[in-house]
Design a protein around this ligand. Structure first.
Ligand code: PRP
Ligand code: URA
Length: 209
C-alpha cells in the first residue's frame, strides 16, 4: 500500500496556517501556496536517484553526482494544481510540465476529464501529480489513472491538505503511489469540502467564486 507522508517541516506548517485563514486574500494566498510548494518539493525529491559524474573545477576534477535519468515530469491537475507548479519549478527548473484538466461535478462529486497533455517518455520519468486538495480522492485517482495510461510508473502524489477519505481512495486504487501532504484533516462535509481545510483552492487562487 502507498504510504502517506505528512511533511511537518516548521516552515511548511507555518505557511499552511496562513493559507488556511479565511481572511488571506488572493495575492497572499497565491504567494504562500507557491512558497509552500517549493518547500514540499525539496522534501519530496529527497530520494531521487543520483549517478556519479565528474566536473572540472577551476582547480581540479571533482568526483560528484547528478540526478539520474530523464528530467522529472510535474503534472498539475487543473485548475488548482497550477498554483503549486511555479514554486516547484523554482527548485527544478528543467522539469517538464504536463496538464490534466478535471473538474468535480458539483452534484455527483465525480471527476470529469476535459484535457490531458503530457510530456513524451512518461515511462522513463519520475512523475509528481499535483493537486492541493485530496478530498474524496476521485480527482487524484482519475489523474493517476491518466498518467499511468500514458506509461508512467514512478509516480508520487503531492497535495497540501488531505482528507482520510481521499487517502483511503488513492491507497485502494493506486497502492503503488505514495502521497505527500502538508496536513491530514478531519474529513469531508456534505458538499465534499475538506473540514477544516482551506475552502475552494481554485477559487482562492484565482479570485473566482
Ligand atoms: C478541486 C481540487 C481537486 C478536487 C478534489 O478541484 O482542486 O482537484 O476538487 O476533490 P476530490 O478529491 O473530491 O476529487 P475542482 O473540481 O473544484 O476544480 P478547480 O480546481 O478547477 O477549481
Ligand atoms: N476542492 C477544494 O477546492 N476544496 C475542498 O475542500 C475540496 C475539494
Amino acid at each position: 500500500m502507498g504510504r502517506l507522508h505528512i511533511l511537518d517541516h516548521p516552515l511548511i506548517q507555518h505557511k499552511l496556517t496562513y493559507i488556511r485563514a479565511k481572511d488571506t486574500g488572493t495575492k497572499e494566498f497565491r504567494a504562500l501556496v507557491e512558497e509552500v510548494s517549493m518547500l514540499m518539493a525539496y522534501e519530496i525529491t529527497r530520494d531521487l536517484p543520483l549517478v556519479e559524474t565528474t566536473v572540472e573545477t577551476p582547480v581540479g576534477v571533482a568526483q560528484t553526482k547528478v540526478i539520474e535519468g530523464r528530467t522529472l515530469a510535474l503534472v498539475p491537475v487543473l485548475r488548482a494544481g497550477l498554483g503549486m507548479v511555479h514554486g516547484i519549478l523554482n527548485l527544478i527548473p528543467n522539469a517538464k510540465v504536463g496538464h490534466i484538466g478535471l473538474y468535480r461535478d458539483p452534484d455527483t462529486l465525480q471527476p470529469v476529464e476535459y484535457y490531458c497533455k503530457l510530456p513524451q517518455y512518461m515511462e522513463e520519468r519520475d512523475v509528481i501529480v499535483i493537486d492541493p486538495m485530496l478530498a474524496t480522492g476521485g480527482s487524484a485517482s482519475a489523474a493517476l489513472r491518466a498518467v499511468k495510461a500514458r506509461g508512467a510508473s514512478s509516480i508520487k502524489l503531492m497535495c497540501l491538505v488531505a482528507a482520510p477519505e481521499g487517502v483511503a481512495r488513492v491507497q485502494a486504487d493506486h497502492p503503488d503511489v505514495d502521497i505527500y501532504a502538508a496536513a491530514l484533516d478531519q474529513g469531508l462535509n456534505d458538499h465534499g469540502y475538506i473540514v477544516p481545510g482551506l475552502g475552494d483552492a481554485g477559487d482562492r487562487l484565482f479570485g473566482t467564486r
